[in-house]
Design a protein around this ligand. Structure first.
Ligand code: ATP
Length: 239
C-alpha cells in the first residue's frame, strides 16, 4: 500500500473534525473521499500532508510512519497537495508558481526538471499560453489548473487534490477530471476529495463516504455509485 491511514482523529480545539478514520490507497490507483460540507474531507487531506496534527492514529506512506514529519519532508518523500480554493501565489507569474511547487527539488537546472515543466504545460496548454501572466489575474478554472500543475512540479508519487472541480463550469469540470485521469495514467497515485460525487465515483478505484467526521461506507467507485442510499444522499437521487 502506498498510503495507510489508521485510526486517525483530528481536533480543532474542542471540535472533533474527524474520528477514527481508516483507509488505504494502493499505488497507481485513484481513491476518493466524498461527503457533504463540513464532513472532514479537507481535514483528512491536510493531516496527510502534515498541515494539521493528529490527536490519535497514524499516517503511513510507503511503509514509513510519517505521522510526525514536517510537511516539506512529506513533499520530499512524494506527497504533494493541490489545496482547496486553489491557494496559488496571486502576485507571482504562472512560471514562478510552478517553480514554487518544486521548492524541495535540488535538480532545477537539469533536463529532468525541464521535462516536468513541459509535462505540466502539456497537460494544461492554457498555462503555457499564460506562462508570464500574474496568476491572480487568471480565471478560476485557470487558477485551479495552476494549482494542480504546481503540485505536480514536486514530482509526487501521491497527489492530494482538494475539490479540483469547485466553482468550475460544467465543461471545465469534465476537462479537469480527464486531466486527473491522465495524471493517474502517467503513474501518479491520486487521492481526490470531492463534493462532485458523481464525477469522482466515475473515476475512483476505491471510494469512501465521510459523514460528520467518520467513514460510513467504502467500496469501489462503481459500487458506491450504484448504491441507492448514496444516490439519494450525494448524487441527487438519480444517476
Ligand atoms: P467542505 O466540503 O465544506 O470543504 P470538508 O468535508 O472538507 O468540507 P472540513 O473542512 O474538513 O470539511 O471540516 C470538518 C469540520 O471541522 C467542520 O465542522 C469544520 O467547521 C471544522 N473546521 C475546519 N477547519 C476548522 C478550523 N480551522 N477551526 C475550527 N474548526 C474547523
Amino acid at each position: 500500500m502506498l498510503l495507510e491511514v489508521e485510526d486517525l482523529s483530528v481536533n480543532y480545539g474542542p471540535i472533533e473534525a474527524i474520528r477514527n478514520i481508516n483507509f488505504t490507497v494502493e499505488e497507481g490507483s485513484v481513491a476518493t473521499l466524498i461527503g457533504a460540507n463540513g464532513a472532514g474531507k479537507s481535514t483528512t487531506l491536510k493531516t496527510i500532508s502534515g498541515l494539521l496534527k493528529t490527536r490519535t492514529g497514524r499516517v503511513v506512506f510507503d511503509g514509513k510512519d510519517i505521522t510526525n514529519m514536517a510537511p516539506y519532508v512529506r513533499v520530499k518523500l512524494g506527497i504533494s497537495q493541490s489545496p482547496e480554493g486553489r491557494g496559488i501565489f496571486p502576485g507571482m507569474t504562472v512560471r514562478e508558481n510552478l517553480d514554487m511547487g518544486a521548492y524541495v527539488r535540488t535538480d532545477r537546472k537539469t533536463p529532468a526538471y525541464q521535462e516536468d515543466v513541459d509535462r505540466a504545460l502539456t497537460l494544461f496548454p492554457r498555462l503555457e499560453e499564460r506562462i508570464d501572466q500574474i496568476a491572480g489575474t487568471m480565471s478560476g478554472g485557470e487558477q485551479q489548473m495552476l494549482a494542480i500543475g504546481r503540485a505536480l512540479m514536486a514530482r509526487p508519487r501521491l497527489i492530494l487534490l482538494d475539490e479540483p472541480s469547485m466553482g468550475l463550469a460544467p465543461k471545465l469540470i469534465q476537462q479537469i477530471f480527464s486531466i486527473i485521469t491522465e495524471i493517474n495514467n502517467q503513474g501518479t497515485t491520486v487521492l481526490l476529495v470531492e463534493q462532485n460525487a458523481a464525477q469522482a465515483l466515475k473515476r475512483a478505484d476505491t471510494a469512501h463516504v465521510l459523514s460528520t467526521g467518520e467513514i460510513t461506507q467504502s467500496g469501489t467507485g462503481a459500487e458506491l455509485a450504484g448504491d441507492a442510499s448514496i444516490q439519494e444522499a450525494y448524487l441527487g437521487g438519480a444517476v
